[in-house]
Design a protein around this ligand. Structure first.
Ligand code: ARG
Length: 255
């Protein structure tokens, strides 16, 4: 009887190891916790409400809730590593995190360095300007100073379109918005839902321009070639899309 029990236990343990991908073998920091639950390390940049932000020391947001659901479904604990946005891809590639989830847009350049899951959310890059600004759309931005978050698609596209000399890069977009408030820059480019959250937090100071600057799709990034984890994440995303769990999370944060 004892033997059968220990055999069952071994099988269960092996299964949970497999379910959580390679984090337990690839990194020392992601070894089994005291509860015996395996761990998946997610890196993010929690300066991006409503996708990821900190509230009273806790991580909150759409990505955080989706990640926790992923953990639930794969039988792993999710540990969050909060780092600079432009460190996310190197951190996944170094094996210090199993995946990056940060409202991250799929781009051809990034695809050369990481593998992306299926899309879980669509977004657009929005333009925020001071409430009295005369800027109507991106055509008015050629001789203007533009704030972006370092390493984001807002940064990449604006640098291409308006020239490096016109771009001010900030570690978090709220710093750019503050700079715009005191008149050091003329506009900020950031993902639409984040723009809404930032503008709502400072009523009467800013407006979001009607025409979007760029359209994009968010996905989770894993180390190139980690198809085992990629397949599992895609399985969960597919399930969460079809059973309404994904929409329920998004609807909690976006009206
Ligand atoms: N969607 C943009 C990008 O992928 C911005 C994402 C910023 N995310 C964050 N958590 N700060 O470049």
């Amino acid at each position: 009887m004892k033997k059968i029990l220990s055999l069952i236990l071994t099988v269960v343990m092996v299964c949970s190891l497999v379910a959580c991908g390679n984090s337990t073998t690839s990194t020392s920091s992601s070894s089994s916790s005291s509860t015996g639950t395996e761990k998946l390390i997610m890196c993010t940049n929690a300066e991006f409400p409503p996708y990821e932000y900190k509230e009273g020391g806790d991580f909150k947001g759409i990505d955080v809730e989706i990640a926790n659901k992923i953990g639930e479904k794969l039988g792993c604990e999710i540990e969050i590593l909060d780092i600079a946005f432009d460190s996310l891809i190197p951190t996944v590639n170094s094996g210090k995190a199993d995946f990056a989830m940060a409202g991250m847009t799929i781009t051809e350049d990034r695809k050369e360095n990481v593998d992306f899951t299926d899309t879980y959310q669509n977004a657009v890059q929005a333009i925020i300007v001071p409430i009295n600004s005369e800027i109507v759309d991106s055509n008015d931005m050629y001789d203007k100073k533009i704030g972006v978050q370092l390493g984001t698609t807002g940064d990449i596209y604006c640098t291409d379109d308006f020239g490096d000399e016109n771009i001010s890069r900030y570690p978090k977009i709220v710093d750019g918005v503050q700079a715009m408030k005191i008149g050091s820059i003329d506009a900020c480019v950031v993902d639409d839902q984040v723009a809404k959250a930032v503008v709502a937090g400072d009523e009467g100071s800013f407006k979001i321009l009607e025409s979007p600057y760029a359209e994009e799709e968010y996905a989770i990034a894993v180390k190139k070639g980690n198809s085992e984890l990629l397949d599992k994440l895609n399985g969960v995303i597919k399930e969460m899309k079809s059973n309404g769990e994904l929409k329920a999370i998004v609807d909690k944060y976006i009206q």
